[in-house]
Design a protein around this ligand. Structure first.
Ligand code: ATP
Ligand code: MG
Length: 496
């Protein structure tokens, strides 16, 4: 039986045609993959179905009946839940309040809210998805990106949806988080529900999905059944041409320079960093891997002086760095994992986001900004990273998830930073652009720049790094060197 049916759906945003006559369906007991390049319309189509926004024209059915949810909450109550690509929690309130947002009526006790019952029920929802390490009474802002995602999942699953949309969630999660989602998806499938799964990780998608529908520029291109899954055929249908050249760098036996550009000694920070020391060399891509709470994301923040450590110190070219301004002066750049809150100002234009980091690059004699220079500088990044937008003045909030990520990357790229700290830089980016980003990173390395690549993707770490430091509980667990023989299992054994 068909659960989801979308017929001839159209959606425009100003001059952008986000959806062009889109039709597809999903059945009971299946996991349907939805893939396509950044900006192809995946989030738009699914979020309309989940009640987040309206289409301009088209028809939707749920279990064979007309479907027109008035809001996401309305859709969820009626059986369609979505885990959104962006951050879907409110930071300033408790975990329980996020889970039962807009349901406070349910917990009314006279004029008051029965907080105890609400917290209990929220904790049950968390425990049920296997996220019992999160306390329902905690303030959400204290939690990291992964745990905040798990709260959204608990909220959706507490409503027992018939249809679940998972939008590009897994690339932001560590293996533990991913396993939680996979388990939920399998369970839904077994119980005759439907999952619509969006991801840019082809291996993952081919592994978990039963069918695969491909979108390109707002149009449906084709649908593959599991038996027809073929990596090259899927890639070609996504980008409309064959993807040639290697994905990661393919050189071995070309060691980085000897010169130390960044040196960290005995960094300690709450329970995130435990006497962590390392050196980054000129022309080196240094990978940092570990489980999501191993401290590697904190390390990135500390090195850009975006967070203070309690003891220990680090220096760049022998000079101590205490503030972000000093870090930038030392030609450092930082792409944070949580791009929407830490790397970008989404309520500003692409131009302003990219230009801010590059000010000193196009300003004449340090302060005079020539609009022509600024424009050229920004356009270069838009073209280089094929950022899909209506122009440099478009607000970042209007971009698709992957295109936001490209802005965060372009911001530091254009500045020709000497040292780049990249925390999950290719998150949510499609395969074509991912390849381009890897090539850029390699070119920077060849130019003698240094990159600290913090990543939860083993293949990326192994494929790109000269050296990998594996972290566990805030400390250095193992140093591994670039080699053809290095396997994912070789790295993972030191993480757990
Ligand atoms: N609120 C908005 N205002 C203006 N344009 C928008 C808005 N939301 C989406 N768009 C545009 O619609 C198109 C489709 O975007 P959508 O977010 O659906 O892409 P996507 O396939 O989910 O991409 P990604 O893989 O990067 O997440 C893009 O060109 C995007 O810029
Ligand atoms: Mg999207």
């Amino acid at each position: 039986m068909k659960t989801v049916e979308i017929r001839n759906m159209n959606k425009r945003f100003g001059s952008t045609i986000a959806l062009n006559n889109v039709s597809f369906e999903a059945y009971e007991g299946e996991i349907l993959g939805l893939i396509g390049e950044n900006g192809s319309g995946k989030s738009t189509a699914t979020s309309i179905y989940a009640g987040m926004q309206k289409c301009d024209s088209g028809e939707m059915l749920f279990m064979g009946n007309p479907w027109n949810p008035s809001s996401m909450n309305d859709a969820l109550k009626k059986g369609v839940g979505m885990i959104v690509q962006e951050n879907g929690t409110v930071p300033g309130v408790s975990v329980a309040e996020n889970i039962f947002l807009s349901e406070s009526q349910r917990f009314k006790k006279g004029p008051f809210v029965d907080r105890k019952r609400m917290i209990n029920e929220a904790q049950t929802a968390l425990n049920q998805i296997g996220a019992d390490h999160i306390s329902a009474s905690q303030v959400t802002a204290m939690l990291d990106f992964q745990d905040r995602k798990l709260i959204e999942i608990a909220k959706v699953m507490a409503n027992n949806p018939k249809v679940l949309v998972v939008d590009e969630t897994t690339t932001a999660l560590s293996q533990k988080g991913r396993d939680i989602i996979y388990a939920i998806m399998e369970k839904m499938k077994k119980e005759n529900g439907t999952v619509i799964f969006i991801s840019h990780d082809l291996d993952e998608i081919m592994h978990v999905c039963d069918r695969l529908t491909v979108l390109r520029d707002g149009s449906i291109i084709t649908t593959f059944n599991k038996a027809e899954f073929d990596e090259d055929a899927i890639k070609t249908s996504m980008i409309g041409r064959e993807l040639s050249g290697s994905y990661y760098r393919d050189d071995y036996g070309d060691p980085a320079g000897e010169e130390v550009v960044l040196k960290a000694e005995n960094l300690c920070h709450t329970n995130q960093l435990d006497h962590f020391s390392f050196e980054l060399h000129k022309g080196e891509i240094l990978g940092i891997g570990g489980l999501s709470h191993c401290g590697m994301h904190t390390l990135g923040k500390v090195l850009f002086a975006a967070e203070k450590c309690e003891s220990g110190e680090f220096s760049v070219h022998g000079k101590k760095v205490n503030t972000i301004a000093e870090a930038m002066k030392m030609q450092m750049g930082y792409v944070a994992k949580d791009r929407d809150t830490e790397s970008l100002n989404t309520e500003a234009s692409i131009k302003d986001n990219i230009a801010i980091a590059g000010l000193d690059k196009f300003a004449v004699s340090g302060f005079l900004i020539l609009p022509g220079n600024e424009k050229k500088y920004v356009q270069k990044q838009i073209d280089g990273l094929s950022i899909k937008c209506t122009g440099a003045d478009q607000y970042v909030s209007a971009l698709s998830g992957g295109n936001k990520q490209k802005v965060a990357f372009g911001k530091w790229l254009g500045r020709e930073s000497e040292i780049l700290i990249l925390d999950c830089p290719t998150r949510g980016v499609d395969i074509g652009v991912k390849q381009a980003m890897y090539q850029l990173m390699y070119r920077m390395r060849q130019e003698g720049k240094s990159i600290l690549l913090i990543s939860e993707e083993m293949a990326e770490l192994i494929g790109m790094s000269d050296r990998i430091l594996v972290m566990k509980d805030g400390a250095l667990k193992k140093e591994l060197f670039r080699s053809k023989e290095l396997s994912e299992a070789d790295v993972i054994q030191y993480m757990i």
